[in-house]
Design a protein around this ligand. Structure first.
Ligand code: PEP
Ligand code: MG
Length: 906
């Protein structure tokens, strides 16, 4: 079977074979050659060889194929490999199926030895030839012969000192000749052998080293982070060298066919005259622009012919690859060569804009546009940002305090508040606030709401702070472990840095960085159009692209997308983002508002059911108003309202001053408050007296909530709306629990209908968040209209990891490869996912009409969404700001499953 593929002079043996066999670079070179784009001739050894070589097979079997391909390269280049008079030099580069920038090895100028260097010298000058040779020795020594870089660097530094010059460019031919001798000595010292003079030996040494670099540590780590399978392997590309450093009519540069940060359709790039690729990367010289800018220094102005040729290439590449390309080029004596092309990496902004523009240009279909944008990229379009320049400058100034998990994307800058109360107080003075806590609790809601951003030093991606912040669309960094919060002293510390309450701090919820001081932010353009309505759609091409892309996604997805929203405000935002209903309204969040918490506490402290009812009477109208507000926002869309879930002690104060204050406000002895707190104390509240267990022991609480729901629905009907409430019972483990509570719901609904004369259509269902409930789905479904998987609790209970302290060991688990990732962030498909699939199937066996959704945090995670699509769920529900992400992820899942365009049924 053929394994080595020549390309050159318009002929490419590997054209059409694709990245899977030839790797990204090899496939790009073959396609470009076939298109008639000027590419230096070369050949690609396919990636499959990589795996065999890793497995111990020798490269000997390739020798004759490589020799044949090399002969073709010699013919195309008009030079011979190893020819002392006019030598062909080659580069040897890696190239995997998906790009792994800088992770693997490259060798340039291969083929130089003590005799070929003379040939190069007479063709291109002595200094140039010697400089190529010393670069080659340095790269080959490090990459192939494992000498390391240090000794070479050291020798160069000494030589510069000796000659009193600042840069290598100032060294003379004579100096370089000495350097070459020193480098050869360094190699002898390290290896005990002379540097290989035979170009064939050099070539095979380099091919082996590039294959081996697939298995180096940083490449492996990169693959783990980017989920690139280990068995893909890398191809190896051997290609004739061209030189951008042969004088002022030579150059090297990079270009993007469109702007990779905004997506604007303008040719974008930079170049350096008389330079090699490394010089551009090293950043010592300032590159110049490609397009004329009046400075007289651009490529267009200095080498108009090469520029025109580059524009022709740009056009050809986009028409052929149907995507934005990132290319590397070299100009040798005025002639352009393209050395690489690949799909360009881009920001979320550019991804959306380019996908939308390319549909208009007829380059891609709407389906392709949907597949082009990673759902996670949309988050960038919604979040405020720090301008990169300012942030980099702040890091350089030493203002980086620490790094945590990026829990709520965006940029926030404000004064530090160390308690929720302080945050509220400071926010009232109009300065933005960043709430900094070791961790947050439901009591902090008001403070979180008042803050521009939230920072915690403990906790993971589903900690209270993370979940609530995402729900609120707030910027949030959690688990920044290097930072210590010293509330007693009113300060935070990390390394040698510290800041006091009231000082400015900036947090980047997209990267997890925490910086001291003030950084400016820019508001998101899409938000101004879609949510605030302060910018008209016609004025924002980005918002238009965003909206269109999501419409194309909607037309192709099967899975419905709802939202987790607790307030009319959240509901509105989610609806504007395209939510088709509410999948989870956590009623407890409503209890924390200032004027309500007292009534809630009175209810908890009540010693008889009667007194409890009296307190609940006060809560009822408040809840009714909440629900009515939500029904108004959601119209006839389904609204799933979960009855009270957290344990009661979460609503009680736990610090002495607050205990005393509560006792005084409620006019009860402080001991009573303290006793009740002690009585309700639980070591692990997540497994304690919560969820439907509360409904069983304190039915009056659920009764009041259900009454509030139906009275609100009746009021909505009177306003001409057709609300669709779905009452959801949390934490069911047995069918008997549901049976009992369903009677309570039906009975209360019936009574409200009698009283108001309004018949409301409604559903009663349960969360599936205890493994036993999943196993018993067949029985439970007999009495449920719907299931909603609470995958936060289901993950916690399936693994036996507490949601509150898992962050203390999960990073170590991930680092040691015990878990591939945080199962609270992305669903554990093998374990928790199995329970989801099994419960869905079993539930539908006894109740074919059963509606099945998921409302844990995983509802907004693209890979989990794809899983839920495959598992046949009806909808996912996620926080308002994740709704666009879920819409796109659901469409991509449908397209991946080639299900085509079915309409959504949330
Ligand atoms: C869940 O457990 O997944 C869920 C949605 O409920 P909560 O996070 O409120 O426990
Ligand atoms: Mg739960």
């Amino acid at each position: 079977m053929k394994r080595v593929f020549f390309f050159g002079n318009g002929r490419a043996e590997g054209a059409g074979l694709g990245k899977e066999r030839l790797g990204g670079k090899g496939s790009g070179l073959a396609e470009m050659t076939a298109l008639g784009i000027p590419v230096p001739p070369g050949f690609t050894i396919e990636a499959a060889v990589s795996a065999e070589y890793s497995g111990g097979t020798s490269l000997d079997g390739l020798r004759s194929e490589v020799a044949q391909a090399l002969a073709k390269v010699e013919e195309a280049a008009g030079r011979r490999f190893g020819d002392p008079a006019n030598p062909l030099l080659v580069s040897v580069r890696s190239g995997a199926r998906s790009s792994m920038p800088g992770m693997m090895d490259t060798i340039l100028n291969l083929g130089l030895n003590s005799s070929t260097v003379k040939g190069l010298s007479s063709a291109a000058g002595e200094r140039f030839a010697l400089d190529c040779r010393r670069r080659f020795l340095q790269m080959y020594g490090d990459v192939v012969l494992n000498t390391g870089k240090e000794d070479f660097e050291e020798a160069l530094t000494q030589m510069r000192k000796q000659k009193g010059v600042a840069s290598d460019a100032e060294l003379s031919a004579q100096d370089l000749s000495e350097i070459v001798a020193r480098f050869e000595a360094i190699i002898r010292q390290h290896t005990g052998k002379n540097f290989p003079e035979d170009p064939q030996d050099q070539l095979w040494g380099a091919i082996g080293a590039v294959f081996r670099s697939w298995d180096n540590k940083r490449a492996k780590e990169y693959r783990r982070l980017h989920r690139i399978p280990n068995d893909w392997g890398t191809a190896v590309n051997v290609q004739a060298m061209v030189f951008g450093n042969r004088g002022e009519t030579s150059a090297t540069g990079v270009a993007f066919t469109r702007d990779p940060s905004t997506g604007e359709k303008k040719f974008y790039g930079e170049f350096l005259p008389n330079a090699q690729g490394e010089d551009v990367v090293a950043g010592i010289r300032t590159p110049r622009p490609l397009n004329a800018d009046g400075s007289g220094r651009s490529l267009e102005e200095t080498m108009p012919q090469a520029h025109a040729e580059l524009l022709r290439v740009r056009d050809l590449l986009e028409k052929s690859f149907h995507d934005m390309q990132d290319l590397e080029f070299t100009i040798e004596d005025g002639k352009l060569y393209v050395l690489q092309t690949r799909n360009g990496k881009r920001t979320g902004f550019a991804a959306v804009r380019i996908a939308s523009d390319m549909v208009d240009e007829g380059l891609i279909s709407e389906e392709e546009a949907v597949l082009r944008v990673e759902p996670e990229q949309l988050v960038q379009l919604l979040a405020p940002v720090f301008p990169l320049k300012e942030k980099t400058a702040a890091v350089k100034e030493g203002r980086l305090l620490g790094k945590g998990l990026p829990a709520g994307p965006g940029a926030a800058c404000g004064r530090i508040a160390l308690t929720a109360d302080k945050a509220v107080e400071m926010a009232a003075k109009r300065d933005p606030v960043v709430l900094v806590r070791a961790e947050t609790s439901p009591e902090d809601i008001a403070g979180m709401n008042a803050s521009a951003g939230i920072l915690t030093t403990r906790g993971g991606m589903t900690s209270h702070a993370a979940v609530v912040a995402r729900g609120m669309g707030k910027t949030c960094v959690v688990g920044a472990g290097e930072i210590t919060v010293d509330a007693a002293r009113g300060q935070i510390r990390a390394k040698s840095l510290e800041a006091k309450e009231g000082d400015w701090i900036s947090i980047d919820g997209t990267t997890g960085e925490v910086l001291l001081g003030k950084l400016p932010t820019q508001p998101s353009e899409v938000l101004q159009v879609v949510i605030d309505g302060t910018l008209p759609l016609e004025k924002s091409s980005l918002a238009r692209a965003f909206t269109r892309l999501l419409e194309w996604a909607d037309a192709r997805r099967r899975l419905g997308v709802r939202t987790n929203a607790d307030t009319p405000g959240d509901a509105r935002v989610a609806r504007l983002f395209g939510a088709q209903g509410i999948g989870l309204c956590r009623t407890e969040h409503m209890f924390f508002e200032e004027h309500r918490i007292l009534a809630v506490r009175e209810m908890i402290l009540a010693e008889t059911a009667e007194l409890r009812r009296a307190a609940l009477e006060k809560i009822l109208p408040m809840q009714r108003e909440d629900f009515l507000g939500i029904f108004r926002e959601m119209g006839n869309r389904p609204v799933t309202i979960r009855l009270l879930d957290p344990p009661l002690h979460e609503f009680l104060p736990n610090e002495e001053p607050a205990l005393t204050r509560t006792a005084a406000e409620l006019k009860v002895p402080v001991e009573r408050v303290r006793d009740r707190v002690a009585q309700l104390h639980e070591a692990n509240p997540m497994l304690g007296h919560r969820g439907c267990r509360l409904g069983i022991t304190h039915p009056e609480i659920y009764e009041t909530q259900v009454r509030a729901i139906f009275e609100a629905a009746a009021a909505a009907v009177r306003e001409g709306l057709s609300p669709n409430p779905e009452v959801m019972i949390p934490l069911i483990g047995t069918k008997a629990e549901l049976d009992k509570l369903r009677i309570l719901v039906d009975e209360t609904a019936r009574r409200v209908t009698e009283e108001t004369g309004q018949k409301i259509s409604y559903k009663v269902g349960t969360m599936i968040e205890i493994p036993r409930a999943a196993l018993q789905a067949k029985e439970i479904a007999q009495n449920a209209d719907f299931f909603s998987f609470g995958t936060n609790d289901l993950t916690q209970m399936t693994f036996g990891y507490s949601r509150d302290d898992a962050a203390s060991f999960l990073p170590a688990y991930i680092e040691k490869g015990i878990l591939p990732e945080d199962p609270f962030a992305s669903l554990d498909q093998a374990g928790v996912g199995e329970l989801v699939t099994l419960a869905t199937e079993r539930g539908r066996q006894t109740n074919p009409k059963l509606k099945v959704g998921i409302c844990g945090e995983h509802g907004g995670d693209p890979r989990s969404v794809e899983f839920f699509h495959r598992a046949g769920l009806d909808y996912v529900s996620c926080s308002p700001f994740r709704v666009p992400v879920a819409r796109l992820a659901a469409a991509r899942a449908a397209l991946a499953g080639k299900e085509g365009s079915l309409s959504s049924t949330a």
